[in-house]
Design a protein around this ligand. Structure first.
Ligand SMILES: [Zn+2]
Length: 372
């Protein structure tokens, strides 16, 4: 399918998902759903939290929500009578059950974005909500830059970009907002399907063409060690591991994958003086982490490890604590009724039952995003 056709299909799918979420968010529908659902809780997945940016491109929009949306999530969790718990307690409750059978929710943030400290932490602390930040140590040290952000920044800064592919050199028109949006999606597709080494080379080449200072961009986007210590010291904060360089672990040989998992944890432990017991798989979907990686994090002694597989928690998940699903809070779907629908859990149930196929085109789950 061409990129243009794929974009049209994505747009139509997201419009349908938005409509479905709005309907599911109606109080009467939600009440019936809550009465009939049989899950014990959910782990919510966030990346970035910040004020709306009018100049931004859609390519990373799903990864960022506003502080108001985070506030709505917390209010909705409280209104729907969830216990908001740290990841330590998720493991405990899945293993031994929940007192009074009350549902629980954990809030998790991947990558260690600076906005987590600036915009998410004040909301979380105000609500008294525990939360977990999964940190890629290469981002914190300024040694690795999240490539999906380089795509967006390079596309915004340049009027054209070239990239080497297996099919030769591609020249991409980035001369206006519409072209920038299209080219960014094309670049995301190319880099997503590149090898780890090739992706890094392509990222550096794009930054060079657009005049980006990767080290400065990394510091703008990600917490440094001083900032990470600050957020780690806030009430309710747990720091988890998210590897050293954010690779697709399943694409590495066994020794390299194990090093990414263990050394990312060890660096955090040594730099922060904390015990690091929870892990998040970079990207987290099928093909980027699978049974081999689930066994590795178990062998490394992590209490839990989360994926980006979309689902609610069930008591049987206690048997697979290093393969836990999450519910993404997606920047494309921030209307209050949509948030209420997600928190009640019905969209995830429909996804699992495939009921949505009668009502929505293709998948209910939001489009895949690279920066998980
Ligand atoms: Zn990530």
């Amino acid at each position: 399918m061409s990129y243009v056709l794929r974009r049209s299909a994505d747009n139509a799918r997201m419009a349908a998902i938005g409509l479905g979420l709005r309907i599911l968010g109606l109080p009467a529908v939600r009440r019936r759903a809550l009465e009939s659902l049989d899950h014990c809780g959910m782990i919510l997945m966030f990346h970035h939290v910040g004020p709306p940016r009018p100049d931004r491109l859609p390519v990373n929009q799903g990864l960022e929500v506003t502080p108001e949306t985070l506030d709505r999530v917390l209010c909705s969790l409280k209104a729907q009578d969830y216990d908001i718990v740290p990841m330590d307690e998720v493991a405990e409750r899945l293993a031994h059950g929940t007192p009074g059978k009350k549902r629980f929710a954990a809030l998790t943030f991947d990558d260690g974005g600076r906005d987590n400290l600036l915009h998410a932490a004040p909301v979380l602390v105000r609500h008294g909500a525990p939360f977990t930040i999964y940190v890629t140590t290469g981002f914190t040290s300024g040694l690795v830059t999240p490539w999906w952000h380089v795509i967006e920044r390079a596309t915004l800064a340049a009027t054209s970009l070239s990239i080497e592919t297996d099919a030769g050199t591609w020249i991409l028109d980035t001369s206006n907002k519409r072209k920038k949006g299209q080219s960014a999606e094309t670049l995301r597709h190319i880099l997503w399907h590149s090898s780890e080494e090739s992706r890094e080379q392509k990222t550096i080449a794009l930054a060079r063409q657009a005049g980006l200072d990767l080290r400065a961009l990394t510091h703008e986007l990600c917490m440094d060690w001083t900032e990470l210590r600050e957020i780690a010291g806030l009430p309710g904060c747990t720091i988890g591991a998210h590897t050293r360089s954010h690779p697709k672990l399943a694409h590495l040989d066994e020794a390299a994958a194990r090093r990414e998992i263990s050394e990312g944890r060890d660096i955090l432990r040594d730099r922060l003086g904390l015990k690091i017991e929870h892990f998040s798989y970079p990207y987290g979907g099928a093909g980027t982490c699978d049974e081999r990686e689930f066994a590795m994090t178990r062998a490394e002694g992590f209490a839990t490890a989360v994926t980006t597989r979309k689902n609610l928690l069930n008591p049987t998940d206690g048997n697979g604590l290093t393969n836990l699903p999450r519910v993404p809070i997606n920047g494309h779907f921030q209307q209050p009724a949509m948030i209420d629908a997600l928190i009640c859990g019905l969209p995830m149930i429909l996804t699992q039952m495939n009921i949505h196929r009668k009502h929505l085109p293709r998948k209910v789950e939001p489009i895949s995003v690279p920066g998980s």
